[in-house]
Design a protein around this ligand. Structure first.
Ligand SMILES: Nc1ncnc2c1ncn2[C@@H]1O[C@H](COP(=O)(O)OP(=O)(O)O)[C@@H](O)[C@H]1O
Ligand SMILES: [Mg+2]
Length: 223
């Protein structure tokens, strides 16, 4: 059984990669005997996007904190379509085998897109979460519309018996939206990430070590 968290989002581009890098800053020193490591199992749009490289830079990660293998597809599309256009079909078994063969670690696994993004003809990103049996952290926006998107994501994950352990909201602090997500979703908001201008490893690291999960709610999974 893997230890760690699966980082999903209410959408693509919400901030999953920045939050993942923040988690590396926040939790890498908690348990030096079992390293904290980042893994991106499925990356599409590789001509423009490389979340693994972004996390290494923004999270200050040495190569030992990274599992760099996975499904890598050039087109910036949903995994099911990017794979089809590359003449491939993504299967979950090799991905699960890849990570379970690694030495015991605390994993930060970043999904692609959101929870119900298709991976192949019959499986969704939520099926990968279920196969890895990791608790889930949701990254959402802080702005208008987020209550609906976040509650829909919580409901979809709950319907699949996945454990949603927290939400990180990205954008200008919005106490009413935070309150509504906690009240109606029954999930704690463990961080509010401001818009960094510019995004630097130093600003992200300072935020993560002071304001990401300050009550250490996630330490039962990452500590
Ligand atoms: N807190 C933030 N401040 C400034 N820019 C951000 C912030 N969060 C995300 N971004 C920018 O938004 C884009 C998408 O963020 P990213 O973390 O890659 O999203 P995802 O992994 O969910 O697709 C990136 O260009 C990133 O630099
Ligand atoms: Mg990303």
């Amino acid at each position: 059984l893997l230890r760690g968290l699966f980082v999903t989002g209410t959408d693509t581009g919400v901030g999953k990669t920045l939050v993942s890098a923040g988690l590396m800053h926040r939790y890498r020193l908690r348990c030096p005997l079992q390293p904290l490591r980042y893994w991106k199992p499925i990356q599409t749009g590789t001509e423009e996007d490389d979340d693994t490289a972004d996390v290494m830079r923004l999270g200050g990660c040495p190569p030992s904190e990274i599992l760099s293998q996975g499904v890598r597809l050039p087109q910036p599309l949903s995994p099911h379509l990017a794979a089809r256009l590359s003449g491939q079909s993504i299967t979950l078994d090799p991905l699960v085998n890849l990570v379970t063969a690694e030495p015991p670690s605390r994993w930060v696994v970043e999904g692609a897109g959101g929870a119900l993004v298709p991976i192949n003809d019959s499986e969704l990103m939520a099926d990968l979460m279920a196969r890895l049996a990791l608790p889930v952290l949701i990254v959402s926006r802080s702005t208008l519309g987020t209550i609906n998107h976040t509650l829909l994501t919580i409901e979809a994950l709950g319907a699949r018996s996945l454990s949603v352990v927290g939400v990180v909201m990205v954008g200008p602090n919005n106490p009413e939206n935070r309150c509504a997500i906690e009240a109606y979703g029954g999930v704690p908001v463990v961080g509010e990430m401001p818009n960094f201008q510019p995004v630097t490893p130093e600003l992200l690291g300072r935020w993560a070590t002071t304001a990401l999960d300050p009550s250490s709610h996630l330490s039962q999974f990452l500590g």
